[in-house]
Every structure is written in C-alpha cells, then in structure tokens.
Design a protein. Sequence first.
Length: 159
Amino acid sequence: MFSFIRRRFTAARTLAALCQAAEAEARRDGQAEPGVEHFVLAALSLPDGKALQVFEALGATDALLRQAIAYQYQAPLHALGIDRGLASQSLGEAGKSRLYRAAPSGQALIQALGRERGQVLTSDKVLVAATEQSEGVLPRALAAMGFSLDQLRAVALAT
C-alpha cells in the first residue's frame, strides 16, 4: 500500500516537472500552449535520463530535435511571407495562465500518460505516449531527422 502511494506521489511530481518544462519549451517557441513536441523536449531534460538514452540510441540529440521543430514552425510562415519574430510577439499575456493548459496534442499526451495509473512515470514513457499521435509537428520533425514514430517507439520500449 505504501509503495503504491509513493509511486503516485513520485508520478505526480514528475508530471508537474514535465508540464512546467513543456510550458517553458512552448514559450521558447513562441507558442501559448505546449504541444506534444514540447513535452518530448521536456522529457529529454527529466533527471531519469531515459528519454535522452533513447535519442542517443537513435543517433539524435535534443539540439537536432529543436532545430527540426523550429523548422516545422518557421517553414509555413516563411512561405506566406510572415516574419516568425513578429508573429510570436502577439503572444504577450496569452501565454501566461493560472491554470495549466496544453495544445490538443499536449492534452492527448497527458491523457495517454494518465492511462498508466499506478506506474512509475519515466521520460521514456513520455516518448512512447508521444508516438500515439501520427500527425503534427513531432512526426514531421522526426521525419526531417531521419526516423519515424515507429522507430522512436520501438527504441523507447526496448530501453
């Protein structure tokens, strides 16, 4: 009984750290709410280091992922002749909220993690949950890096 309570408490603390880091990643990208790609970046910085091991096994780095994600945001705006710096300035106070909110892809990831009740939440599990979303910025960024959601999932499950 006590170990179950301890696991739940640890999972809640890890989830809180994950959400805070994802929010910071989103703001760094000029987004009001974190998407799944921001949660993956946040997972790479969690202290357990398991997500980072997955990326190393794939021959990837968090820096490479950041570049690929940035390109996914910049390319469509650039094609329309919009300066991304000016577009992100309109975020202003909208990015600050008392209640935690995430973009739809981020919400889906949190719900997927919630299905793991009673389990220890580790960064590699965040990667596995992220692979449930087959469309959006993350799959395109991974493809630009040279690997797929399926490959990410397989390596994350193997660690």
